[in-house]
Design a protein around this ligand. Structure first.
Ligand SMILES: Cc1cc2nc3c(=O)[nH]c(=O)nc-3n(C[C@H](O)[C@H](O)[C@H](O)COP(=O)(O)OP(=O)(O)OC[C@H]3O[C@@H](n4cnc5c(N)ncnc54)[C@H](O)[C@@H]3O)c2cc1C
Length: 329
């Protein structure tokens, strides 16, 4: 048995079989993470002391970062006692993940390629989660896919998912051809560390592409229910899609004002609104980087490009939160 020490003095046990991230989560210590496959890079951390080893390829780390002692906690085990340049997220201690059965309550096609799935949980067993987090849905044969929860916690305990059809996708085939109300599934959650951070500067930017609008909608619902969190602040939402027919959602909130821009990349000249890519539109908005906190969700390409260009413009990397919808295989 070895131990991992964090910057704020928190210590947890580790071993040679479980990734550092899994070891932490099992002991209710929450490090930043999202995809758990080495692709999104959210769990990137620096090793200050000690030795670690990879058990999965660290796809999102550059050679330079590796040489500089950076690791992905979802890919590495501790070989000796280790110290990391990371702190745990105390806000998640009250939201441990669990696996529960659930049934499909309803299925609604929102566009040709997006279905809204509402899942209901057994009475008296609501899932306690923070707006913005995701769940793993476990289907027939144990197939498991991650989906962001598209709502803030609600009275009836139901979980709303926005699911995009992926060409030749195994779980897509189920959702778009086989699924029907009352089907029994399981879900594990809540997962991930995409949630609203209170101690932030004035302008809150929410960037999404496609079904990446799901956790953004959840964050907005959370703010609408707690409008004091955005008093004197600006909430900016940019949602990227290809065509006007892809815009299956619009913000309608009672207690908060949202500055919303749909951005289309293939709409052609008839589209009177913003065109191109969301991250470009954001940069054209002449925002003060000192005053910004960014939450981005959706395609890996958008997130990578948005992080790079915003950080180049002066946004501190620690104020860019994201969930990349990377593929699970
Ligand atoms: C943290 C997280 C949250 C997510 N939340 C959502 C969500 O809210 N809504 C949602 O629709 N999806 C979401 N995803 C993606 C989702 O988990 C699946 O990866 C996706 O739906 C494809 O699953 P599938 O079984 O249909 O396809 P698979 O059988 O996994 O893949 C089939 C083929 O398509 C490729 N592929 C997979 N995904 C994509 C893609 N996005 N674009 C292009 N090619 C792809 C694969 O590499 C493979 O070759 C999320 C992923 C993560 C990691």
């Amino acid at each position: 048995m070895t131990s991992v020490t964090l910057t704020n003095g928190k210590i947890f046990d580790a071993n040679g079989e479980q990734t550092i991230l899994d070891a932490a989560l099992r002991q209710n210590v929450f490090l930043e993470y999202s995809c758990r496959t080495g692709r999104c890079g959210i769990c990137k951390t620096k090793v200050v002391k000690g030795e670690t080893d990879t058990i999965k390829p660290e796809e999102s780390l550059t050679e330079l970062e590796k040489a500089d002692g950076e690791i992905l906690t979802c890919c590495r085990v501790a070989v000796t006692d280790v110290s990391l340049e990371a702190e745990d997220l105390g806000a998640l201690v009250d939201y441990p993940a669990k696996t529960v059965p659930c049934r499909i309550n309803s299925l609604t096609k929102l566009t040709d390629d997006v279905v809204e799935v509402i899942l209901r949980l057994p009475p008296g067993q609501p899932l306690k989660f923070l707006a913005g987090q995701y769940v793993d849905v476990i289907g027939r044969g144990g197939i498991r896919r991650s989906y962001s929860i598209a709502n803030a916690p609600r009275q009836d305990g139901c979980i709303v998912l926005y699911i995009k059809r992926v060409e030749a996708g195994e779980m897509s085939h189920y959702w778009f051809n086989e699924a029907s109300p009352n089907d029994l599934l399981r879900l594990e959650g809540p997962l991930g560390t995409f949630f609203f951070r209170d101690n932030a500067p004035g302008t809150i930017v929410l960037l999404a592409t496609g079904t990446g609008i799901a956790p953004v909608k959840a964050l907005l619902e959370h703010l609408d229910a707690n409008p004091e969190k955005v008093v004197g602040r600006r909430v900016v939402v940019l949602w990227g899609n290809r065509y006007p027919k892809d815009l299956f959602w619009e913000p309608h909130f009672e207690n908060i004002a949202v500055c919303y821009t749909p951005v289309l990349s293939r709409a052609g000249e008839e589209w009177p609104g913003a065109s191109g890519y969301v991250q470009r539109s954001l940069l054209e908005g002449e925002l003060e980087m000192d005053d910004l906190i960014v939450y981005a969700c959706g395609s890996e390409e958008m997130i990578h490009s948005a992080r790079e260009s915003l950080c180049e413009e002066g946004l501190p990397a620690a104020r860019f939160y994201s969930d990349a919808f990377v593929s699970s295989n």
